[in-house]
Ligand binder design. Structure first.
Ligand code: ZN
Ligand code: ZN
Ligand code: ZN
Length: 241
């Protein structure tokens, strides 16, 4: 309540001063200084959300400035002693609660950090100061979108290929072709030379068509390839034996 009274006094002083000096330019300077700015990283679109409001309006009522995407908004409340913020966090996706004295917002600049990542996710206060801090938020937003892009690319690669490791699978299949081309290269313990080959995500199966015996060749790692290259021939363990 004391803070509010101070502000009312300030307003009175300023009105009196204004009447005394009767200077329009001076009036505009004070007006622009009373504008407080807010910036946060939007968790929905990944961009920086910016908003500004007059000090008196901030003290007078709650405010929910939204990001230009319309999918997230800051919540600012003044309870007569403290400002309370609900900050949608673009770094971790949670909503963080923060409080501070009116002076920190009205006469300086407050920076709130994400408790999960330790980086600043919201600035509130002097517009010029915030403008200077924006590159911090911008570089965070850039590295986050790069990380998201990488994840997406990895997912796309995984979706595009049915194999765990394309290169290893290619090498394994080419090695198996060589082995199969040798006389009696692949045969079953039961004596059969008829088999089916089934290529899986991270292995290749050989199934004897006579006894149903099965041999699995792992095809996921360099080690799997090395192991296979030791073999001149492959023998399917027969089921009846
Ligand atoms: Zn947004
Ligand atoms: Zn966070
Ligand atoms: Zn067999």
């Amino acid at each position: 309540m004391q803070e509010q009274n101070q502000d009312i006094n300030q307003k009175r002083d300023y009105t009196r001063k204004n009447q005394d000096i009767n200077n329009q330019d001076n009036n505009q300077d004070i007006e622009s200084d009373s504008i407080r700015a807010f910036a946060y990283l939007c968790p929905q679109c990944g961009k920086i959300a910016l908003a500004a409001r007059d000090s008196f309006a901030l003290l007078a009522s709650n405010w929910n400035p939204a990001c230009s995407c319309g999918k997230s908004n800051l919540n600012i409340q003044f309870d007569g002693s403290f400002f309370h913020f609900q900050v949608p966090c673009g770094l971790c996706g949670e909503i963080h609660a923060a409080s501070c004295t009116p002076d920190r917002i009205l006469k300086a600049t407050a920076a709130f950090n994400c408790p999960n990542t330790g980086d600043f996710c919201c600035f509130a206060g002097d517009a010029k100061q915030i403008q200077k801090r924006l590159p911090e938020l911008e570089s965070l937003s850039l590295s986050l979108s790069r990380a998201a892009e990488n994840n997406q690319n990895n997912n796309l690669n995984q979706n595009a290929s049915p194999f765990l490791n394309d290169i290893i699978m290619y090498e394994i299949l080419s090695e198996l072709r060589d082995i199969a081309a040798r006389p009696n290269g692949i045969q079953c313990q039961c004596g059969s030379k008829l088999y089916k080959m089934r290529v899986r995500r991270a292995s290749v199966d050989f199934i004897c068509q006579d006894c149903g015996g099965r041999l699995r060749i792992p095809a996921a790692s360099d080690q799997d390839l090395d192991d296979l290259c030791c073999h001149m021939r492959l023998v399917i363990p027969g089921k009846s034996l």
